[in-house]
Structure formats: C-alpha cells, structure tokens
Design a binder for this molecule. Structure first.
Ligand code: KE4
Length: 419
C-alpha cells in the first residue's frame, strides 16, 4: 500500500474524515487524498515521491509559487525573533499601510486569521453599524463557515451537496436571504423587500466557489447603486480575488468602491491570515474604538505579517500580472484547442490567473448553470490529470490557480496530461 493511503487510514482515526478541511477529502471525485510531503515553485511532491504540477496553490495564496525564497526567508527571520507576542508590532502597521495604499476603498483595516473570520466580522460590523439584521448573499458564493454565511454556500458546501449545515439555528438562517449570482433584478427585488431591516449585501466580485464565474456586465455596478441608494452596506469578499487579479482588489479593475472588503489567502503568503477593511466611519465602530466587538489571539501574527509583506512586495514588481495573464491565457487556449480537436464542448471561465473548466455545454453564469456540469466527467478528468502528474482542485466548484512559478514546460506538460 502506498504511503498516502496508509496515512489517510491513520488520519481517519484521529481527524474527522481524515482531513482538516472537507474539500481536501477528495470524496466527491472518488479518490483518496494525496498526502503532500513538500512543495517548491509550481510543484508539489507527495509522500510517495510523486511530483505534480500544482493548480490548487493552497486554494489561492501561492501566487508566487511554493516555498518562494524571499517569503521563506522572511518567515525564518521573523520566527527567530519569536512567533507571537500578543502585543502590537510595526509589521502590522506595514501590512495595513500596504493594503490601504493598494485598495482606495479601504481607509482602515483589521487583521484576522482566516477568511471566515474576515467575512464573519464584516457581517457583524455591518449589522452593528446599520443596526439592521438581515443580510443578502448569492447562491454559490462562499464566505467561510460562519453560521450566517453557510446558507446556499459554494466551495465545500456545494461540493458535498449539502443545502446548508445542521447546527445553524433556523432563526439565524432566515436572516440570510440568498439570490442567484449575476441576477441584478432578483437582487433589487430582495433589497426592496427587506431594505427596512437589511444590513448588507455580501458578494464575491468574481465568484471562485462555484467554479470561476465572472460578474455579468452591470451586475456589480447595479449592486453598488441599489445599496448606496438605501444606506445598505456593500461588502466585497475579495479573499480569493484580493491581489490575485491586480495589485489590489478586483474592485480596482471594476472601478467600484464597496463599503467593506474582506481579504485573505495571498496577503498571508500561505500562513493563516484574513483581513477586513473599509470606510473609516464604519471601521471606527470596531472595539476598542467603538462598540462592535471583534478580537483574535493571533490576529496580525508576526510570521503571517512577514510572509504577507514579502509576498505583496514581490507582487508590486512591474509585469507580474501581465506574466500571470500570459501564462493562463496560453494554458486555457491550449485546453480549448484540444477540446475543439476532440469535438468536446466544455466551458472555460477565466479571469486573470484563475479559471475553471466546466463539464457542461452551456454558459456558466451562476450556481444553477454551474451545477449542471457533469460530475462523473469531472471526476474522470480529475483522475486523468492526477495520473498525468497534474494536481487540480478535487471539485468542479473550485478554481484552478496559475502562479508566477508555472513555466512554459509546465503548461506544455499540463496540456499533454489533458490530451
Ligand atoms: P478561510 O476561512 O477558508 O481562510 O476563508 C474562507 C473564504 C472566504 N471567502 C472566500 C471567497 C473564500 O474562497 C474562502 C475560502 N476558500 C475555500 C476554497 N475556495 C477554502 C478551501 C477550504 O475550505 O479548504
């Protein structure tokens, strides 16, 4: 038996499902998870010594590639000065300044330790600021596993086909209204219906958790208009898109200023991190300045700050996002050419260096259309790529990520595995 399989058996004795996050279990594609021993650049190496070209990228953070020397050195140097103090450091100011300088809608920012904490705290802040209780989210969008946000969520919730989650009180779940993504008319009707008690609308400006689904023309602009007109806060969850598509948020590209933005993943360089930030008058409602309580033992942790600062400094270099775009365009064009030669019609949704190949013949513009993808064909595709030395997300409802470390040879090898 190979080491991965025996480790998985051992893991299941102590860890529910043998994994510390459900989507890693690979159950939906009918495979046992591959246990990773190490990673470098665009590659991950499993415990049996097999090498894979990696497009999971830790679900987004590894935009520079794995074990990027500058990032590793920054973590090492920080660790030699201690790993956590429970007291403020200058690195937290540097990280906050980098985020504020990169994203115009953010006047102030609070660090946390996960995207879930960022979204959960943003929702609480919106409710505290507006003194309203209801929230609107979009079907297939995933904002972490806080109770209010697990309703019709994407990512692992969609992958496992569970409608929401037991354990979320009905009284709380009914305060969350869900609307189809990209349906601005449905969003406007829901806002009109509930605006008397509506704190916020939260959205992934480019959806990554039903697979990649770009915003329809006018969708985000429409959300900004209908929320601003009614004093409802607009929250952009940029945990995936933050610093993925440009040096800043997708909001910089779209030219839209949300009231609060959630960040994570890339800003931690692979260490546990999240952040939420926005307008000064809103952020000042947070303790200790204001009454909305939010806290975290490891928020702004020195190692995560060191890794994140090193990562963001590298991403400021000229040509970074052009290089990511070029690599991803080449890969996706290659896939489409192979599909055309095979006469297989599929759909690729791509924004920058994140993309998803959907096993459906229809355009994918929301969760309903994403869910029409053929799960069996996707599972077969997952297995074929794995056998070909390519690691993709074990779910149709996730994104593939290209990093700066992916080379032409990697892309050619990926296309060979795909053929
Ligand atoms: P975390 O709590 O997992 O750090 O972040 C939650 C989150 C919030 N917002 C968005 C847009 C996200 O994509 C996520 C988490 N992403 C998933 C993968 N798409 C995490 C993978 C997992 O659950 O293991």
């Amino acid at each position: 038996m190979d080491m991965s399989r025996s480790l998985f058996q051992e893991a299941q004795k102590y860890i529910p499902g043998g994994v510390n996050s459900p989507v890693r279990a690979c159950g939906s594609v009918g495979y046992d998870p591959v246990f990773i021993n190490r990673a470098s650049g665009s590659k991950v190496y499993d415990v049996d010594g097999r090498k894979y070209i990696d497009y999971i990228g830790s679900w987004g953070p590894m935009i520079l590639g794995h074990a990027f020397p500058v990032v590793v050195d920054a973590i090492r140097q920080a660790a030699e000065r201690g790993t956590s103090y429970g007291a403020p450091t200058d690195m937290e100011i540097e990280m906050a300044r980098l985020i504020v300088d990169a994203i115009p809608s953010i006047d102030m920012v609070r660090m946390v330790s996960s995207g879930t904490e960022a979204a959960m705290s943003a929702i609480r802040l919106a409710r505290g600021y507006t003194k309203k209780n209801r929230i609107i989210k979009f079907e297939g969008c995933y904002h972490g596993h806080a109770d209010s946000l697990l309703v019709k969520a994407g990512s692992g919730v969609a992958t496992l086909g569970i409608p929401g989650s037991p354990g979320v009180p009905e009284e709380l779940a009914k305060l969350t209204i869900t609307v189809p993504y990209n349906d601005i008319k449905a969003a406007e009707s829901a806002v009109d219906l509930y605006c008397d008690d509506l704190a916020c609308v939260i959205v992934e400006p480019v959806a990554g958790n039903m697979g990649v689904v770009p915003p329809a023309f006018g969708f985000l602009e429409g959300l900004r208009k209908i929320t601003a007109e009614r004093g409802i806060l607009l929250i952009f969850d940029e945990v995936i898109t933050g610093f993925r598509l440009t040096y800043g948020g997708f909001q910089n590209i779209a030219g839209i200023e949300p009231d609060i933005t959630c960040l994570g993943k890339i800003i931690g360089g692979g260490l546990p991190v999240g952040a939420f930030g926005g307008r000064k008058d809103i952020m000042e409602q947070l303790a200790p300045m204001g009454p909305v309580y939010q806290a975290g033992t490891l928020s702004g942790n020195p190692l995560a700050m060191a890794a994140g600062i090193a990562t963001l400094n590298c991403l400021q270099k000229t040509g970074v996002y052009e290089a990511l775009e070029e690599k991803t365009v080449r890969l996706c064009a290659g896939i489409e050419k192979i599909l055309e030669e095979k006469g297989s019609s599929r759909r690729i949704n791509r924004v920058g260096s994140m993309f998803t190949l959907f096993f459906t013949q229809e355009d994918v513009t929301d969760f309903t259309s994403a869910a029409k993808s053929d799960a069996k064909l996707f599972s077969r595709h997952f297995g074929k790529m794995l056998a070909g030395g390519v690691m993709i997300a074990p779910s149709q409802f996730e994104a593939s990520f290209v990093s700066l470390a992916h080379t032409d040879e990697d892309i050619d090898a990926t296309l060979t595995a795909f053929s």
